[in-house]
Design a protein around this ligand. Structure first.
Ligand code: GDP
Length: 506
């Protein structure tokens, strides 16, 4: 859908608010009851709660048939259908298949009249017991009454298409669901509240104002030199557009660390304490971070929370059993593992001097094409051997070294501090509040870099007095790249890629 269509949809199709008296299916016009096939006006439904038994399970329905379906399946206080549903009010009763007298479950149901809903369409939510069988049974009844199963992220996609969220906010919904640390959550929440959208809109407005001046100059070529004050435009371009964009790009790099985190691999020769260190790190974090079943992947990953930075331990599936020795894994496999990692925690044994095996493994890491950061971790300092930390360092490329005892949990804080500083340069000082700032993600950053490039071309153009037509092209290009960020001009395939990452029911 191109921008014009999207705007049209936002403006023209927002459903009108109806009074409670009108909230019966029979009061709907017949054209409202039957959505055109294949249009986004289809009614969608999905289980919104995670799979597995739980106290409550929620099924969500969105679209023009939501109310009709509720009326068909819901018995108020187990007896009658509700004559008039009040919007945003919970009703207690049961779900019963038409023609049957046996309830499937006791439920609470809510009907939310458009446009004050997540999708800006009519929405129904049914809260039943969190049983897979109950949820499936209710869902299939809903599907036989005219709804179809929602695709991943389709509720949020509708919220976006109907103008309730811009694209950065829709992305923030996913980030919030997937956030693994408080800092990640804070970044997502700031974005959901529209912080990034605000910044982009401000920059777009400034560019639009500049484009307006350039267009006047195009229309009145005889007055071009009076209209186009190159110095003032240059100044505006630099201070009001390029500088704010450059700040956002820098922040994207910082934000990436907290959003996506880093991946680390623990390497070292046999018996240096790799498994012990991993266990110690995980144990200390267990209270803070639990393994989260991937919403888009089927694996469970182990994460360590280092001062808000999620650190994924590469290849955790069974890492405690399979942390291989150098001989077992061979240099090739060591490299394959390294390919994924941003950081190598290179474990050394303080009870023995540096060995040839340590050196061989270290040089294999260094030969790897992706230049990982290496932190030497001198373990078992509770025993020690008399060899100084400096001797290990000088033997291994003068890398940074921390001294720990995995067994006695000594030096673990220092280890975390070092990892944090390696990746952030220690940016997280007091008052550094990610939630308060607009923090772009990788997609936004790429679009901003393109916008910045276009601005720099315009800047050059202004300096060399190129024709206003050419200037307008560069300003327009910058505007379009910024439009991609908020979803005004984003190509359909990019939108699909974004929403496919969501879970079904969101
Ligand atoms: P890996 O082969 O590198 O995974 O090493 P392990 O974690 O299995 O540890 C090998 C041995 O060293 C075990 O007997 C551990 O109990 C012991 N060990 C590990 N860390 C420490 C430590 O910090 N201090 C002491 N004294 N022993 C440790």
């Amino acid at each position: 859908m191109v921008r014009a269509e999207r705007v049209l949809r936002k403006e023209g199709k927002a459903p009108k608010i109806k009074s409670d008296q009108e909230n019966t299916f029979d009061s709907l016009k017949s054209s409202e009851k039957i959505p055109p096939p294949g249009s986004t006006e289809e009614t969608i439904a999905a289980i919104a709660t995670p799979p597995g038994p739980g106290g409550i399970g929620i099924i969500r329905i969105s679209g023009p048939l939501a109310l009709y379906i509720l009326q068909k399946l819901f018995l108020y206080r187990h007896k009658t259908s509700v004559p008039v549903y009040k919007s945003h009010r919970l009703y207690y009763g049961s779900i019963v298949a038409p023609g049957s007298s046996v309830p499937i479950d006791e439920v609470l149901a809510v009907f939310m009249r458009a446009p004050h809903t997540y999708t800006r369409e009519d929405v129904v939510e049914i809260q039943c017991h969190g049983s897979y069988l109950v949820l499936q049974e209710i869902l299939s009844l809903i599907l036989t009454h005219g709804a179809r199963l929602a695709q991943p992220g389709e509720f949020t996609k509708r919220a976006f298409l109907n103008g309730r969220l811009d694209l950065t906010q829709a992305e923030a919904v996913l980030e919030l669901i997937e956030a693994r640390t408080d800092e990640g959550r804070s970044v997502a929440m700031g974005q959901l509240q529209g912080k990034l959208h605000e910044k982009i809109s401000e920059t777009q407005e400034r560019l639009l104002a500049m484009r307006a001046i350039i267009e006047v100059a195009i229309d009145f070529p005889e007055d071009e030199t009076d209209i186009l004050d190159s110095d003032s435009l240059l100044q505006q371009l630099r201070t009001a557009v390029e500088e704010p964009l450059a700040v956002l790009i820098t922040r994207a790099n910082e934000g990436k660390i907290f959003r996506e985190g880093i991946s680390a691999v623990i390497l070292g020769r046999p018996n240096v304490g790799k498994s012990s260190l991993l266990n110690t790190l995980l144990e200390e974090d267990r209270a803070l971070v639990t393994p989260i079943p991937g919403t888009t992947r089927d694996t469970i990953e182990e994460f360590i929370n280092i001062k808000g930075m999620p650190v994924r331990i590469v290849d955790t599936a069974g890492i405690r059993h399979t942390i291989e020795t150098v001989e077992e894994m061979g240099i090739q496999r060591a490299r394959a593992k390294l390919a994924d990692a941003d950081l190598v925690l290179f474990i050394l044994d303080a009870t023995e001097p540096l060995t040839e095996e340590d050196k061989a493994l270290y040089s294999s890491i260094k030969q790897n094409s992706k230049k990982q950061k290496v932190l030497l971790v001198l373990n078992k300092i509770d025993i020690g051997s008399g060899t100084s930390a400096e001797t290990y360092r000088t033997g291994l490329g003068n890398e940074e070294l921390v001294e720990v005892s995995a067994k006695f949990h000594t030096g673990i804080l220092e280890l975390k501090d070092s990892v944090f500083t390696i990746f952030t340069g220690g940016i997280k000082g007091p008052g550094w509040d990610l939630g308060a700032a607009a923090v772009p993600n990788v997609r936004h950053k790429a679009a901003m870099e393109k916008a910045l490039k276009a601005c720099r071309r315009a800047q050059k153009g202004l300096e060399t007095n190129i024709s206003p037509d050419l200037l307008a092209i560069d300003i327009q290009a910058a505007l379009e790249h910024l439009g991609d960020i908020v979803g005004e001009t984003t190509p359909e395939d990019v939108l699909d890629m974004i929403f496919e990452r969501f879970c079904i029911g969101k």
